[in-house]
Design a binder for this molecule. Structure first.
Ligand SMILES: [Zn+2]
Length: 208
């Protein structure tokens, strides 16, 4: 009997992202690195989407990809009718619990757009912009329609404040891909707003 566990793509190491922005700021985009980072992020987005779907009752069989519906009950056993794979839901759940693989609908759409569009990006500029938009996305509270958390924590290694500080330290210059500075500025303004809302000064950054 097949009881294999699902595999989840890891978050992308900070060092790769740092290098990507440093090259871009120098006006020397590294095409190989852009592809490496882009495909890693895409795999991570796919894992995120699949983990959220699993938590909502739709598991993809790790052996044959068949979609399995379940009721999200702690004592339930997942069974694939196509290939016979089975696993306790509690065991399956533990494989992604605490791994920054949960979120609500708005961010799933952002991640899905990246999954669909990145493979079609042709130029270095397009790839850089898509990656940049993804890394500066926010989770949105569906009731208030306001940003809650920076979604980069789901995509890049580190704890929340570390990831926020890391994005603040990325290199920019007048030679950066057009649009990057604007997206950073908008992201910062949104984070400052969450700092106000949560009364958390650690999320704020004074202009330098
Ligand atoms: Zn199966």
């Amino acid at each position: 009997m097949d009881h294999r566990l699902p595999e989840w793509a890891p978050r992308v190491p900070q060092a790769l992202i740092y290098e990507l922005y440093a090259n871009d700021a120098l006006g020397m985009p590294d095409e190989e690195l852009l592809d490496d980072v882009g495909w890693r992020l895409r795999a991570r987005c796919l894992s995120f989407i699949q983990a959220v779907e699993a938590a909502n009752g739709l598991v993809r069989c790790p052996a044959c990809e068949q979609v399995i519906r379940h009721r999200v009950r702690p004592d339930e056993t997942l069974r694939c009718e196509r290939c016979g794979w089975e696993l306790a839901w509690a065991v399956y759940f533990k494989t992604f619990q605490g791994k920054q693989l949960s979120g609500a609908q708005p961010i799933l759409q952002v991640f899905q757009v990246f999954v669909d569009r990145f493979p079609r990006a042709k130029t270095a500029e397009e790839k850089m912009l898509q990656i940049d938009q993804l890394l500066h996305a926010f989770h949105i509270n569906m009731l208030t329609n306001r940003a809650t958390r920076a979604a980069a924590v789901n995509l890049i290694t580190g704890r929340y404040l570390e990831v926020v500080n890391f994005l603040d330290r990325l290199s920019y210059s007048p030679g950066s891909t057009p649009g990057l500075l604007e997206s950073r500025r908008a992201w910062r303004a949104e984070l400052n707003r969450t700092a106000d809302e949560w009364n958390d000064e650690r999320l704020r950054r004074s202009e330098d």
